[in-house]
Design a protein around this ligand. Structure first.
Ligand code: ZN
Length: 258
């Protein structure tokens, strides 16, 4: 287990910006982080491609191949100017999502074909990304508060959230018909009045058959039973798998409890 103990003891690979990178999450993901401050036009596809390969390898129970698939994006951490507004609940959802329950969120994602309704690109439920972060906590950093310097940019570029088509403040209700699937980054850009100055998110349209990696969710959770570290209490994935109609392969567990 590397994280936590090695910080400060080994030489940092990247010059400067040490102040920013010392803003590590409470778990202490330390050195070897690669700060990312912009999401370029290829970000959605780059992360979706890599994470699809990671999940496929985990489904083959080939952790070595999964780590290799993750290598091109491993250790990246978001330090850009996009910031999620408002308060968050314990699931890391921003204010706009607060009254959206997990089941409604899952139905929204499934109904939208796991596509971002803003940019059309592939979207992946956050919980499935978390399952991969559980297996690779150093390579794919995650912290539910989304504090700058603690989460991998994939949690911005491809993680899905369900937001109101009609803003809640404008009378939108929390029922499914009023919800739409959006990338976290796209939702932030969409809802920000100064979005002209925000980066443009572009993505290839999600291909036919894209399922947001739902069919590989159980395999990712299983891999986290025996390696890495859970980011949420046991039962987090079990509940969310149910919402997506996924059966667990083995009961969810934490590696340090086995
Ligand atoms: Zn999008």
């Amino acid at each position: 287990m590397r994280w936590g103990s090695s910080r400060g003891s080994s030489e940092r690979r990247l010059p400067s910006t040490d102040d920013a990178r010392s803003l590590v999450s409470p778990r202490g993901y330390g050195d070897a982080m690669k700060p990312v401050t912009e999401l370029d036009a290829s970000a959605v596809d780059r992360y979706a491609d890599a994470l699809t390969e990671v999940a496929r390898a985990l489904a083959e129970r080939d952790v070595t191949a999964a780590r290799a698939a993750l290598a091109p994006i491993a250790g990246e951490v978001w330090e850009g100017s996009l910031k999620r507004a408002g308060t968050r609940n314990s699931d890391g959802e921003a204010t706009g999502e607060r009254d959206v329950d997990d089941a409604a969120r899952a139905r929204t994602f499934l109904g939208d074909g796991m596509r971002c309704t803003y940019c059309g690109g592939r979207a992946i439920p956050r919980s499935i990304l978390v399952a991969m972060s559980d297996v690779f906590p150093d390579e794919l950093p995650y912290y539910w508060r989304y504090k700058t310097g603690t989460v991998h940019p994939a949690y911005w570029a491809v993680a899905a959230e369900a937001d109101h088509v009609l803003a809640h403040s404008a009378g939108g209700a929390g029922d499914d018909g009023n919800l739409a699937t959006l990338h976290v980054a796209c939702n932030t850009i969409k809802s920000d009045s100064s979005r002209e100055s925000m980066p443009v998110i572009e993505a290839r349209p999600a291909p036919e058959g894209w399922d947001g990696l739902v069919s590989l969710y159980a395999a990712c959770v299983l891999a986290g039973n025996s390696r890495g570290a859970r980011h949420h209490a046991i039962g987090y994935h079990t509940e969310r798998m149910k919402h997506f109609g996924v059966s667990a392969i083995e009961p969810e567990a934490a590696p340090d409890q086995r």
